[in-house]
Design a protein. Structure first.
Length: 425
C-alpha cells in the first residue's frame, strides 16, 4: 500500500491475541512468534482487551507506529479505540485478516459506548488500510430492526463509527453485513474514504453504506457499495433531519462521476415538514449514469406525509461545508438517498429552503415514466434549480402508456441543453 510504505515506521506491533501473560511478557519481540500465536488464537471467541492493548501500545508510542491485524479470523464484541495518540505522524492500522463481530445482540447492550461495533474516537491522524474484511454478522439481528414500524426505536450497531477523528484515510477495507450502518462519520474533518467495498443484501434494513454528520471536508472515491438502504446519507442524527429544533444548514455538497444501477432512487433531496427554518444550498450532482433507476432525479418536501416518523436514540449533529466528490463509484442493488429531512405534523409545510441545486450531465435509463420529480414546499418553493444536459430513456414496462415526463410543483427550474424527459410545463 503506497499510503503505508511512504511513511517511515519506527514501531510495528502485530496484534497479539494470546493470553494476558503472553501479551505482557518481557524480552525481545519476535514477530514470527507473535504472528503464529495470533493465528492460533483466532479460532476462539475473543474479547476486545488484546485489540485495545495493542492499539494503546501503538497509539502511545512517541515515534511513527503501525498496528497490524494479521491474516486469520478474529471474533470480537464492541470495541473503542480511544485517542488522543502521541505519534508524530498518522497512526497506521494495517488490516489483513478477517474480523467478525459477535452475532449475539446481547454483546451490544452495554449503553451508548457499546452501541456500535468498532469505534475510533478523538484521534488526529489515522490511516486504516489493507485488504481485510470486517463482517458484522448482522443477518440474525435484522429481524429486531423495528424502525419501519415503531416511532421510537434504537438503531443497531454500525460496523464502524469514527467520532472526532480528523485527518483520516480509510482505504481498501471491506465491510459485510453490518447489524446497522456500515460506516458512521461524525464530528470529523478532512476525512477520506477510498477504495472501499461495502456489501449487504438488498432487503437488509437500515444498512446505510456511509453515514455522515457534523463533518467537514469529507471525500469518498473509488468505492463499490451494494447495501439494503442508503448508499451515502448526509443527515442530522440517524433517521432524517428535523427530529430536533434549530438544526444546522446543509451546504456545499458535490456528487460526481458515479454510476447507479438498479436503485430505487438516484439522486434525491428530501425534507420533512418543520416549524424551524433552515437551508439546503449549493448542492451539485454532475456526470452521473443511471442504470434502470426507478426515481433518477427527485426533490421531495412532502416526505413526512407518506411514512411514519422515526425517532432514533443518538447524538444531535449537523453538516456544513462538506466537499463530497465521488469518482467512478459503481453501485448495485441498493438505495441511494441524499437526506435533507425534517420532521413535523402532516398539516404543516416545509420551512426548509432549498436553493442552488444543479443537475448536470446526467444520462442513462429509468424504469419510471416520471424520471424527474420536484415536489417542493408551497410556503417555501425550491429556487435556483438548474437542469443541464439531462438524457434519460424509459426502459420500464412497454404496456405503460403514460408519457415519459418531468413533474414539478412549487419549483423554479431553469434548463440548459438537452432535456429528456421534456422540461416541466
Amino acid at each position: 500500500m503506497a499510503l503505508v510504505t511512504k511513511a517511515r515506521i519506527s514501531l510495528v506491533i502485530l496484534l497479539c491475541l494470546v493470553d494476558r501473560n503472553g501479551c505482557e511478557r518481557t524480552g525481545p519481540f519476535n514477530p514470527a512468534e507473535a504472528l503464529v500465536k495470533a493465528k492460533n488464537a483466532a479460532a476462539g471467541k475473543l474479547g476486545p482487551e488484546n485489540f485495545i492493548r495493542t492499539f494503546k501500545a501503538a497509539c502511545n508510542f512517541r515515534g511513527n507506529a503501525m498496528m497490524v491485524i494479521p491474516k486469520g479470523e478474529f471474533l470480537i464484541g464492541p470495541i473503542i479505540f480511544q485517542g488522543p495518540c502521541f505519534n508524530p505522524s498518522s497512526l497506521i492500522i494495517q488490516a489483513n485478516g478477517i474480523v467478525k463481530a459477535q452475532a449475539d445482540l446481547s454483546y451490544f447492550t452495554g449503553g451508548a459506548d457499546d452501541t456500535d461495533w468498532i469505534t475510533f474516537q478523538s484521534i488526529n491522524g489515522l490511516i486504516l488500510s489493507g485488504t481485510g474484511t470486517f463482517h458484522g454478522q448482522g443477518a440474525k439481528a435484522w429481524k429486531y430492526n423495528d424502525c419501519a414500524h415503531k416511532s421510537h426505536c434504537v438503531r443497531l450497531a454500525a460496523n464502524f463509527k469514527f467520532n472526532k477523528v480528523n485527518d483520516a484515510i480509510i482505504n481498501g477495507i471491506n465491510s459485510i453485513d453490518p447489524k446497522g450502518f456500515h460506516i458512521m462519520v461524525t464530528v470529523c474533518r478532512n476525512f477520506r474514504l477510498l477504495n472501499l467495498k461495502l456489501q449487504a443484501p438488498g432487503d437488509s434494513p437500515n444498512t446505510d453504506g456511509i453515514h455522515i454528520s457534523k463533518s467537514n471536508v469529507v471525500k469518498i472515491a473509488h468505492c463499490v457499495i451494494g447495501t439494503g438502504d442508503d448508499c451515502v446519507s448526509m443527515i442530522h442524527g440517524v433517521g432524517s433531519l428535523g427530529h430536533y429544533d434549530d438544526e444546522a444548514d446543509v451546504s456545499k455538497i458535490v456528487v460526481t462521476n458515479s454510476s447507479l444501477t438498479d436503485t430505487t432512487n438516484g439522486v434525491r433531496i428530501k425534507t420533512y415538514k418543520t416549524d424551524s427554518p433552515s437551508k439546503a444550498s449549493s448542492i451539485f450532482f454532475t456526470d452521473l449514469i443511471m442504470n434502470r433507476v426507478k426515481n433518477p432525479i427527485i426533490i421531495d418536501q412532502e416526505y413526512g406525509n407518506r411514512r411514519s416518523t422515526q425517532v432514533t436514540k443518538t447524538y444531535s449533529p449537523n453538516l456544513t461545508n462538506t466537499n463530497f466528490p465521488f469518482r467512478k463509484l459503481k453501485f448495485s442493488a441498493f438505495w441511494f438517498r441524499f437526506f435533507v429531512a425534517y420532521y413535523t405534523k402532516k398539516k404543516k409545510t416545509s420551512k426548509v429552503s432549498i436553493s442552488d441545486v444543479r443537475f448536470v450531465n446526467i444520462k442513462g435509463t429509468s424504469i419510471s415514466k416520471v424520471a424527474v420529480q420536484f415536489l417542493c414546499s408551497k410556503s417555501n418553493p425550491c429556487e435556483g434549480i438548474q437542469m443541464n444536459n439531462i438524457n434519460l430513456q424509459y426502459v420500464g414496462p412497454p404496456r405503460d402508456q403514460q408519457p415519459f415526463e418531468s413533474n414539478c410543483t412549487n419549483a423554479k427550474v431553469s434548463y440548459v441543453g438537452l432535456q429528456n424527459p421534456p422540461p416541466c410545463r
